[in-house]
Design a protein around this ligand. Structure first.
Ligand code: 4AD
Ligand code: MG
Length: 465
C-alpha cells in the first residue's frame, strides 16, 4: 500500500492508533524531556507534530537518531495518533520510533528555519517548494489547473492541443523566439544570410505566442474549444507581471458575440475563485496572513458582484478627468498603461472591470471592426493590483474586411491563407479570450512577483534550472 499522505492522516480521529508518517522535518524544538518535530509532506499546508517523550515509550536507539533529525531531513516516524493539547491542531503523534531516510546537515542545508526573502528563494528554486509560501502556491496552481478543465468540460468545450512550434505570428506583434537547427556560428563566419529552406522545418519557425488562430480552426468545427498550454514572448519586459514563458488558457466559441465572451470570462473567473476558496482554504488563509491582508474578503466580494463594463472611450474620459495623477498623460488612442489600468480598477470600479471597444490601432489584426470604423470588438479584463489579466475579442469573420486589415498592416496574406479559409468556407461569428494563468495565480494568492507563481521562471536574463 502506498504511504498515506499527511492530509489524509489529519482527517483521522485521534484514537491512539499506530500510524507511520513520512516527510521532511520543518522544525525541531527541545524542552527538557519533550522534543517536538514538525513533519511536512507538502500534501496540504499543515504538517503533523511528532512528540518524543524521553521519559517513556521511546525505542532504544531513538536518542542517537534524534540527534540527526534536523530541518530538511527526510524521516519516517511511527507513533500513536492522539488528541493534541496544543492550539491549532486536532491531533499529534506520540512517537514510538524514528528513522532518518536522508539527512540534511544543518551547516549546509540552505533552508534553515528562519524566514527567507522571495528573492533568495528564487536562487534556490529547486528547494523552494519546501517552504510554506511556494508549497502553497504550488497547490493553488495545481487546483486551478484542474478547475480550468472542470469549468470548460462541464460546459461542452473540447480541449484542443495547439502547436508550440509555429510559422505564424498569432498576435502580429513580432515578439517571438526563433526555433532553428541552423549552425549559427558557421553562418556568422560565412557572412551569408540564413537559408531557411535548409532549416529543420524548411521555413523560418518560432515558439508560439498564442494558440488562438489554431483554436479558431477547431471552434469552427467543434463549436466550443479551449487550449491550455505554454506560450512564449520575447518581449524585453522586466516587470513583476511578465514572463518569457507563461501558460495561457484560450477558449474559443462559434456562433457567439463579444457579450457572450464577457459573460464566459466573468463566470470562469468566479468559478475559479470559488474553487480555490473552497478547496485551498488553508493555503489562502496563509496568503491572507503573510502576503496580502484582506485577500479572501476581496476574492469573495469579486465572486458576489457583477463586473463593471466600460468602453475604452469612457475609460479614457475618466482618466483624462484625472490626468494630473498620471506620469503618462492619457489620450484617446493611447495604449492603457499599468498606472491607468490600476486607476480604473482600484479607484473607478473598485473591482474587476471589462474594458471594450479599443481603437483598432492598438489591437491585433484579427479583431472585429465596429461600425464606427475606428474601434474593434476587443475586451480586456482588468483587476486591482495587476491590471490586465484577460485579453480577448470577437473575431473578424468577414473575409474582405480581414484581408484588408492584414494587407494594411503590411503582413503577408499568403502566410494567413489557411486562417482566411475559415472566412471563405462556413464562416460564423466567433469569439474568445486568453487568460494568463500566472496572472490568475498572482491574483488569487496576492503574490507580488510573477516569478514566484511558476516553478522555474523564464524571463529576460533568467533561465536557471
Ligand atoms: O492579451 P494577449 O496578448 O492576448 C492573446 O494572446 C490572445 N491571442 C488571446 C485570445 O484572444 N485568445 O494575452 C492574453 C493574456 C493577457 O491578458 C495576460 O494575462 C497574459 O495573457 N500575458 C502574459 N502573462 C505573463 N507574461 C507575459 N509576457 C504575458 N503576456 C500576456
Ligand atoms: Mg492583451
Amino acid at each position: 500500500m502506498i504511504q498515506p499522505l499527511i492530509r489524509d492522516i489529519r482527517t483521522l480521529p485521534p484514537e491512539s492508533q499506530e500510524i507511520t508518517v513520512r516527510g521532511w522535518v520543518r522544525t525541531k524544538r527541545e524542552l527538557k524531556n519533550l522534543i517536538f518535530v514538525e513533519v511536512n509532506d507538502g500534501s496540504c499546508f499543515g504538517g503533523i507534530q511528532c512528540t518524543f517523550d524521553r521519559i517513556g515509550g521511546l525505542a532504544e536507539d531513538t536518542e542517537s537518531v534524534l540527534a540527526a533529525v534536523s530541518t530538511g531531513a527526510s524521516v519516517e516516524i511511527t507513533g500513536r495518533l492522539v488528541p493534541s493539547p496544543s492550539a491549532g491542531q486536532e491531533a499529534e503523534l506520540t512517537v514510538l520510533s524514528v528513522k532518518i531516510i536522508g539527512d540534511a546537515p544543518a551547516d549546509r542545508y540552505p533552508l534553515q528555519k528562519k524566514r527567507h526573502s522571495l528573492e533568495f528563494l528564487r536562487e534556490i528554486a529547486h528547494l523552494r517548494a519546501r517552504t510554506n509560501t511556494i508549497g502553497a502556491v504550488a497547490r493553488v496552481r495545481s487546483r486551478l489547473a484542474f478547475g480550468v478543465h472542470e469549468f470548460f468540460q462541464s460546459r461542452g468545450f473540447q480541449y484542443v492541443h495547439t502547436p508550440i512550434i509555429t510559422a505564424s505570428d498569432a498576435e502580429g506583434a513580432g515578439a517571438m523566439f526563433q526555433v532553428t537547427t541552423l549552425d549559427l556560428e558557421a553562418l556568422a563566419k560565412s557572412g551569408k544570410p540564413p537559408d531557411y529552406g535548409k532549416d529543420f522545418f524548411g521555413k523560418r519557425s518560432c515558439l508560439t505566442v498564442s494558440g488562438q488562430l489554431e483554436a479558431e480552426t477547431y471552434a469552427l468545427a467543434l463549436s466550443r474549444v479551449y487550449t491550455f498550454g505554454p506560450t512564449f514572448r520575447a518581449e524585453n519586459s522586466n516587470t513583476t507581471r511578465h514572463l518569457a514563458e507563461f501558460w495561457m488558457i484560450e477558449p474559443e466559441m462559434a456562433f457567439a458575440r463579444l457579450e457572450d465572451n464577457m459573460t464566459l470570462a466573468e463566470d470562469f473567473l468566479k468559478f475559479l475563485l470559488a474553487t480555490v476558496l473552497k478547496d485551498n482554504a488553508e493555503d489562502i488563509a496563509f496568503f491572507e496572513a503573510h502576503i496580502e491582508k484582506g485577500l479572501s474578503g476581496v476574492l469573495r466580494s469579486v465572486m458576489d458582484s457583477p463586473f463593471v463594463h466600460m468602453t475604452y472611450t469612457d475609460a479614457v474620459a475618466e482618466l483624462e478627468k484625472n490626468a494630473n495623477t498620471f506620469e503618462f498623460k492619457p489620450f484617446w488612442g493611447c495604449d492603457l498603461q499599468s498606472e491607468h489600468e490600476k486607476f480604473l480598477t482600484e479607484t473607478v470600479a473598485r473591482g474587476p472591470v471589462i474594458v471594450t471597444d479599443y481603437p483598432r490601432e492598438i489591437k491585433a489584426f484579427y479583431m472585429k471592426m465596429n461600425d464606427d470604423g475606428k474601434t474593434v470588438r476587443a475586451m480586456d479584463v482588468l483587476v486591482p493590483r495587476l491590471g490586465e489579466i484577460i485579453g480577448g475579442s470577437e473575431r473578424e469573420e468577414n473575409l474582405k474586411a480581414l484581408e484588408e486589415r492584414i494587407r494594411s498592416l503590411g503582413m503577408d496574406l499568403e502566410d494567413y491563407s489557411w486562417y482566411l479559409d475559415l472566412r471563405r468556407y462556413g464562416s460564423v461569428p466567433h469569439t474568445g479570450f486568453g487568460l494568463g494563468f500566472e496572472r490568475l495565480i498572482q491574483y488569487v494568492t496576492g503574490m507580488a512577483n510573477i516569478r514566484d507563481v511558476i516553478p522555474y521562471p523564464r524571463a529576460v536574463g533568467q533561465v536557471e534550472f
